[in-house]
Design a binder for this molecule. Structure first.
Ligand code: SF4
Length: 489
């Protein structure tokens, strides 16, 4: 019988078609993207901090990938009655490696599942229930189960304090209802895996929940370019339409209820041309006051805060790119900042930003709520800049607004108002020539070259890539404002 691991058990819960491919056609699954890999790596860092809560813990089979060896080693170490890190057990058609198995009274054990998120998600309960099921079937007496997740209220001061970094939640009662289903599910999944062909499964919300499915590129490939899943804020409606056999936006029946934005989408696809509302665009552009400041930030965040005065996942700015245009037709002035070294970048970032932004004029950002939030976070730890930060909101203009409100829309946006979709649709320019093409990669690359040892050439290369990326994000706004002026007439 094929053994299920906890991750393949969760795959089976998400989609039996995915489970079948995992065992029978693994090469068709897309490998994890860089960002997914980074999340995985972050999990290891968080796991290492969690282990510090159990100083007398024993690591089981570090570096050993042979499952039989790890299981045998785990069995041997049970008699020590010490916290065990990553012991593995096999029973009842499944095998599970436990983050922390902690000995308690009367020969029993507690399971502690470590997560690098800030809350307990439903999928974690399924995960822990499966682990408890395997351990119990393997002969262990399991007393309680816990999820140990990141405490979002923790503020680092000095050395990281693992006692404060984590919140431990007792999920024993939550998983008891799930446990009774596991045996039947394991048997059903074994049948799926053993079948000659994968089960037929329609695409649906499960393709991205709880995890992005690595088969999406295949299962979704039948959809036409302007398909119903690209309806603006229309996920639920899209899957209902797909169930009814409607795949293209242009085939949506006239009787279907569409939002104003979705109607504009359909009209632009049918007409094969962009939509613009000149009056609304003129009103938006009329809010821009010279000198114009086009501003873009790059930030980093990590589960374990890197700096004093920061919280888990708090976005710490390390770079900005700014264009200042003093009057219509004037040559823009470029100002930028990119942190160097391992210290907290916020003091120097804020100093540079305060000096770079002129005392008056609009500050244009795309999805400006993000910039506002980052600046508010900086003001909390750098009170000397609080008054300046407090004066900025009235000057900030969010360039996302005309796109999110559909004051203009191009069918090539495919229902997205993100700058990565809007820029090529309206200007023909994009990020494809750049070594760094999106903010998540910028953040990862900055962390990589700053907090690990790389050669001077590598450091210079990545810093150059970061400058290019942040500058393009900012220039994209300059080009889009120019384009809005054309559309406003
Ligand atoms: S893309 Fe969707 S339907 Fe296809 S295997 Fe993944 S979850 Fe299942």
């Amino acid at each position: 019988m094929t053994l299920l691991s906890k991750s393949t058990y969760l795959m089976g819960l998400q989609c039996p078609k995915l489970l079948w491919h995992r065992y029978n056609a693994k090469d068709l699954l897309e490998p994890p993207r860089t960002l997914a890999q980074a999340i995985f790596d972050q999990g290891h860092t968080v796991g290492a901090w969690a282990k510090r809560l159990y100083p007398d813990g024993i690591e089981i089979g570090p570096g050993v990938t042979d499952f039989d060896l790890v299981c045998a080693e785990s069995r041997r170490k049970l008699v020590a009655r010490k916290p065990l890190f990553e012991p593995a057990f096999r029973a009842a058609g499944g095998y599970a490696r436990i983050d922390i198995l902690n000995p308690v009274a009367d020969g029993a054990w507690d399971i502690i599942e470590v997560k690098s998120s800030t809350s307990v998600k439903d999928v974690y309960l399924e995960d822990v229930a499966f682990q408890a099921h395997v351990c119990t079937a393997a002969g262990l007496l399991i007393r309680r189960c816990y999820v140990l997740h990141i405490n979002s209220n923790y503020v680092r001061q000095g050395e990281v304090d693992p006692q404060q970094l984590f919140t431990q939640v007792d999920v024993t009662r939550n998983i008891s209802a799930l446990s009774s289903k596991i045996e039947d599910r394991v048997n059903a999944f074994a049948k799926v895996i053993g079948a000659a062909e994968h089960p037929p499964v329609n695409i649906g919300p499960h393709c991205s929940s709880p995890y992005d499915c690595p088969l999406t590129h295949r299962c979704w490939s039948f959809l036409p370019e302007h398909n119903v899943t690209t309806l603006y804020r229309g996920t639920k409606k899209a899957f209902k339409l797909l169930d009814e056999g409607v795949t293209a936006i242009t085939d949506i029946p006239a009787t279907a209820k569409l939002s104003k934005a979705q109607q504009i989408q359909r009209e632009t696809i049918l007409a094969n041309q962009a939509h613009a509302d000149p009056a609304q665009l003129q009103a938006f552009l009329g809010r821009l006051k010279y000198p114009l400041h086009y501003l873009d930030f790059e930030t980093m965040g990590s589960a374990v805060p890197l700096f004093d005065g920061s919280r888990p996942f708090e976005q710490i700015p390390f770079q900005f790119s700014l264009h200042v245009v003093h009057q219509p037709g004037a040559e823009p002035e470029h100002r930028s900042f990119l942190a160097a070294g391992r210290e907290d970048p916020r003091p120097r970032f804020m100093e540079a930003l305060v000096n770079a932004v002129e005392p008056s004029g609009s500050v244009i950002a795309y999805n400006a709520g993000f910039e506002r939030g980052v600046l508010a976070g900086c003001a909390q730890v750098l009170p000397q800049h609080a008054a300046w930060v407090g004066s900025l909101p009235s000057r900030i203009v969010d360039l996302l607004e005309p796109f999110r409100k559909f004051h203009c829309y191009h069918p090539a946006q495919h229902g997205s108002a993100s700058i990565k979709a809007v820029l090529p649709a309206f200007t023909g320019k994009d990020y494809s020539e750049l070594a760094i093409g999106e903010g998540g990669t910028a953040s990862l690359e900055f962390i990589r070259v700053t907090f690990s040892d790389v050669t001077a050439e590598e450091l210079a290369r990545v810093r150059n890539n970061l400058e290019e990326y942040c500058q393009l994000d900012m220039l994209a706004m300059v080009w889009l404002v120019d384009r809005l002026r054309e559309l406003a007439g």
